[in-house]
Design a protein. Structure first.
Lengths: 443, 289, 333
């Protein structure tokens, strides 16, 4: 019996169209727009000016907030302007526009692709290099990696959980990465283990990727303290809390962090970025993006520079299909629908999913028939039907006592609702209001 | 048969009397003292329970009024000065006068003025849409048009115009309770001074983008050109974040800014129609919503 | 781009479940029971089912269109299910106008007064049935003989149900083993060779339908299994205590409306609890009340009342029985 988490969960069609497609390098575009807000916290502070020449890998903005990370130029060329550009939410945010000229890299970055297995640095040095490289969680949450590596006082990390689950339908970027860069990921895991001073690392991979499981198992067998777990296919297993539960059996307490149960979790993409940053001194300036969808001509996995326009990626995968109805940044369960395609790739862009018009429209909302399916599938053990009603009626104090803040916004409830009710829409509304109330109370 | 009916009536009457007596004593025993003035003040209030005063309903406001030392900061926008001075008379305090106000929507992004760039397909709520993304048009400051304001209005003073896709304020019914101001996630409603004949001059735009971006996304956006700011003789206009704002307490309705505005984002309402001028540029400046 | 992109909050895909499909699934699962009832009660069953379904749909249509003036949503199939289930709870020789009355009451009072599908606290079909039972006790408790009179409708020869015979016998102080000889054996009961309401007779057909509902994931197993198990255990204790006075647990499970009630009436999505623990409490409650009415009460059968009584407790159960949250048991300091 394969491991999995036990509470709730759903089985959406996997639709991994771009699985087993090799990672293609996307040509460097003519211009890039590098957003200053590619992490959870406050935007990074620009340290270049209009007209400056920058090299690939050169730092152009410093993350100064608690949950911010450094931003580097992903191309070489001239800063043409520092202006607002639409991000995935359609709101305009500050970005550095760079006109590309050649591809000249910053000194000290090792560009060869040889595997570098030697672990030269001690923990603090690894952490410093990761901080410098501006690495954030590549699974989509964009939580800065160096913050995760800094274990709060009084807590102790005991093991590392590496997320190769990729439970979102359609997306294959992590799968492709594990197949092609497995060796590098193993080195990255060793680096993270050293930085955290833990002995054990567990890699979780869902059973629908047998080739990745086999490859990672092969590699791990040669190493000490790295174990690969094949997991049952179930959404949202890639959720941090669900994955930790599936692998270690520990439950992150409500309102707590993984480190409260001695676990620190990273996505395989993040681990690869850590390898590049520490061993090759290469900052986070590119990432693997899946471009997929049933209507897309060539669903593919690309390695794209940060700041590349999403429309370039779509072009490279065969162009925008005639019947495109929705473009999503991320997967179909948690991704954000875009209002246009002239939006730059950021560190958290795991995929671009294009849905055909007939797949794009929601069904009409019907009255709740109290079938309790949402309660059954909720991986956090909440009652989505109740949360939605309370949120609709603005009963925010009740919402708080019903633990709305535990919701991980996985969308299982909305997915499963036979009456097509927008459960998560209203739960999010409630969450943001309750969040505001909690923040004002703390002040 | 008759005795059965008689016994029934008798026993029920007896039961009722005993219960009434018991209830009377219980009520006496657990009587809570309340300032009798609270009831009197509450009777004066409009009983709309709209929360426009900032308190949880008229009763709560009446309690606060009775307990208060001065009326500073205590005002019932629905009842207005008349109600407040009557209550002041009852409680023997000084009423604080306020100008009557009316809610005004600071967006004129009609379907015609503001082309759609995408189609929203989520729960029909401005707050949800606003948290999700910038909106169905290129303007990230304007009205979503899903009517959160209409839902919260207790006075039936708001309705959606199906043609423009924007809410319309009914000036007669609006009590300036401020519910729409709170409900709008984009902060588009403002309570402005109410003039005679419901005349109004205001900047119907909240777009803080630079001129070019704003204009591209909406034909009647304020582009922050500062022309109105310069022409205003009363210093009623402030410029902030590429956006003009007319302070309704300083404005004297001279309408100079309206003619000056190059994008027609300053709106005048309730004025007689101007004679068409020879100058073509200014002849279109009267926009009635 | 010429066409506008659609933007909506995540998730962007949805399961292929819908209210219509759920209701379709329930209707399909009732087919075996319907076939059995057609074989056993024939003409009467056909007439009653048709009238009941048509009346329910028409009542819902009329109320939504002319009284509530809302969108008409008879297409969701819930009225058809209510109509079917109501018919399955009636004897096959009930005069047609009573069926109409019951159906109108079920939809009108049982469902639409609360605001329609999803808002009714009580199972509408049972509301209709109990209304008829209280209003027309004689007609509602005269049961046509199985198979023999299947070509007659109103003039069918009638007899008592196994539970009725049992109750009568206990009241008259007869010894149970003697009475049991008048009653078909367990195998016949299981297949549906007995008097009773249309749908309740064949446990076999109902269990087949139950498997279909489980396969289609329309129901979970909790409510039916725990209801039947509670009845089994409770009657089992009584039987062991006094086999002369009490029937076997198997007899109790196979007779009356227990199977129909446990599988179709108690599990009504709208009126059952939201959590698994809640469902178990609810099911146990139904089982206990049913046995109490059957053994100690005046009526021979009590499943309908038991379900309605427990329906009333559902909001309370939902309020206090919460699902176990993720990360709850760990004390967070």
């Amino acid at each position: 019996m394969l491991r999995t988490f036990h509470k709730g969960g759903i089985h959406p069609p996997e639709s991994k169209l771009s699985a087993h497609k090799p990672i293609q390098v996307l040509p460097v575009p003519g211009t890039v727009a590098i957003l200053l807000s590619q992490h959870m916290g406050a935007p990074a502070k620009v340290i270049v000016n209009k007209g400056d020449e920058v090299k690939t890998g050169q730092i152009i903005a410093r993350g100064e907030g608690f949950l911010s990370g450094n931003i580097h130029s992903s191309v070489s060329g001239k800063v043409s302007r520092i202006e607002e550009v639409q991000d995935v939410s359609g709101y305009r945010r500050q970005a550095v526009f760079i006109d590309v000229a050649g591809d000249e890299w910053e000194d000290g970055i090792n560009l060869d692709t040889n595997l570098d297995k030697e672990i030269r640095y001690d923990g603090p040095e690894i952490l410093k290099r990761i901080t410098e490289a501006g690495i954030v969680g590549m699974g989509g949450a964009t939580f800065p990696t160096h913050v995760k590596l800094t274990v709060p006082r009084g807590k102790k990390a005991e093991c590392l959980v590496i997320n190769g689950v990729e439970c979102e339908p359609y997306l294959t970027s992590d799968h492709a990465l594990m197949l092609e860069k497995g060796e590098e990921i193993m080195v990255g895991i060793q680096l993270l283990k050293k930085a955290l001073q833990v002995n054990k690392a567990y890699i979780g991979i869902e059973n629908n990727k047998p080739d990745a499981i086999e490859k990672m198992r092969d590699l791990a067998s040669a190493l000490d303290g790295i174990e690969v777990f094949a997991l049952q296919v179930k959404y949202p297993q890639g959720g941090e809390k669900q994955l930790i539960k599936a692998i270690t059996g520990r439950e992150v307490p409500s309102g707590g962090l993984p480190v409260d149960v001695g676990v620190v979790a990273f996505n395989v993409g993040t681990v690869f970025a850590v390898y590049e940053a520490v061993q090759k001194n290469k900052p986070l300036i590119d990432r693997i993006v899946t471009v997929t969808g049933k209507a897309v001509k060539n669903p593919s996995n690309f390695i794209a520079r940060i700041g590349t326009s999403i429309s370039d990626l779509i072009e490279a995968a065969g162009g925008m299909p005639e019947n495109a109805g929705k473009v999503i940044s991320g997967g179909p369960m948690m991704g954000k629908a875009l209002s246009g395609t002239n939006i730059p790739v950021v560190k958290g862009t795991s995929g671009i999913l294009i849905l055909a018009e007939e797949e794009s429209t929601r069904l009409k909302t019907q009255p709740c028939i109290r079938c309790a399916k949402c309660v059954t599938v909720c991986p956090m053990g909440l009652e989505p039907y109740l949360l939605m009603t309370l949120s609709e009626r603005s009963l925010f104090d009740r919402l708080e006592t019903e633990h709305v803040m535990d919701c991980i916004e996985c969308g299982s409830c909305s997915y499963t609702c036979p009456a097509s009710r927008p459960l998560l829409d209203f739960i999010r509304l409630g969450k943001s209001n309750v969040g505001k109330i909690i923040r004002t109370r703390k002040k | 048969m008759t005795t059965t009916i008689l016994y029934t009536i008798l026993s029920l009457s007896l039961l009722g009397t005993v219960a009434a007596i018991a209830l009377y004593f219980v009520a006496q025993r657990f009587k809570v003292f309340e300032d009798p003035r609270i009831d009197i003040v509450e009777a004066e209030l409009p009983a709309a329970n709209c929360g426009g005063c900032g308190y949880a309903g008229c009763r709560n406001f009446a309690e606060t009024l009775v307990k208060s030392v001065t009326f500073e900061g205590l005002y019932c926008p629905v009842g207005g000065n008349e109600t407040m001075s009557r209550i002041a008379g009852i409680l023997g305090r000084e009423a604080v006068k306020q100008d009557p106000r009316v809610a005004v929507l600071r967006c004129n992004g009609t379907c015609e003025n503001r082309p759609r760039t995408n189609r929203y397909d989520g729960a029909q709520s401005c707050t949800i849409a606003s948290a999700l993304y910038s909106g169905e048009t290129g303007c990230q400051y304007g009205c979503h048009g899903f009517g959160d304001c209409v839902v919260v209005c207790n006075f039936d003073a708001l309705h959606m115009d199906p043609v423009t896709g924007l809410p319309v304020v009914n000036d007669e019914k609006c009590t300036a309770c401020g519910a729409c101001v709170k409900a709008c996630p984009r902060n588009l409603f403002e309570l402005r001074k109410r003039w005679k004949g419901d005349k109004k001059i205001y900047v119907a735009c909240m777009n803080e983008d630079k001129g070019g971006v704003a204009k591209k996304n909406c034909a009647v956006a304020c582009i922050g050109c500062t022309k109105c700011f310069k022409v205003c003789p009363y210093e009623a206009i402030v410029m902030k974040n590429n956006l003009a704002f007319i302070d309704s307490d300083k404005c004297k309705l001279c309408r100079k800014c309206v003619t000056e505005c190059p994008t027609n984002s300053i709106i005048e309402v309730g004025f007689p129609v101007r004679k068409p001028k020879v100058d073509e540029q200014t002849s279109e400046s009267t926009v009635n919503i | 781009m010429s066409r506008l992109l659609t933007v909506s909050p995540s998730p962007h895909i949805a399961s292929d479940q819908s209210v219509e499909k759920l209701m379709q699934g329930v209707v399909i699962s009732l087919i075996p029971a319907f076939l059995v009832t057609l074989y056993v009660f024939g003409l009467g069953a056909l007439i009653i089912t048709t009238i009941s379904v048509i009346t329910c749909v028409l009542a819902e249509l009329t109320i939504q269109k002319y009284m509530m003036k809302t969108e008409v949503r008879i297409h969701d199939g819930s009225a058809i299910v209510t109509g079917l289930l109501l018919a399955f709870n009636l004897p096959s020789n009930l005069p047609w106008w009573m069926v109409v009355l019951g159906a109108v009451f079920a939809i009108g009072i049982g469902k639409m007064t609360y605001g329609g599908l999803g808002n009714n606290p009580f199972n509408p079909a049972l509301v209709g049935r109990v209304f008829l039972l209280i209003s027309f006790p004689v007609q509602m408790t005269s049961w046509p003989l199985p198979v023999e009179s299947r070509m007659q409708y109103l003039d069918a020869a009638t007899g008592a149900t196994p539970l009725g015979i049992l109750k009568e016998a206990v009241r008259n102080g007869e010894s149970l083993p003697d009475v049991m000889n008048q009653i078909p054996d367990h195998m016949q009961l299981f297949l549906g060779q007995m008097g009773g309401s249309l749908g309740e007779i064949s446990a076999l057909a109902l269990v087949l339908g139950f498997f279909w509902l489980l396969y289609k994931r329309i129901l979970t197993w909790h409510i039916p299994v725990f209801t039947v198990a509670t009845v089994f255990v409770f009657t089992g204790i009584l039987w062991l205590a006094n086999p002369d006075k009490n029937a076997t647990p198997l007899f109790h499970i196979l007779t009356g409306g227990l199977m129909l009630g446990a599988i179709y009436m108690a599990t009504d999505l709208v009126t059952s609890p939201m959590t698994k623990t809640g469902m178990i409490i609810y099911a146990a409650g139904i089982g206990i009340i049913t046995v109490v009415i059957r053994v100690f009460g005046a009526y021979p059968e009590g499943v309908s009342f038991a379900i309605l009584i427990m329906n009333a407790f559902v909001p309370l159960i939902n309020k206090y029985i919460k699902p176990k949250r993720f990360g709850e048991e760990v004390k967070h300091g």
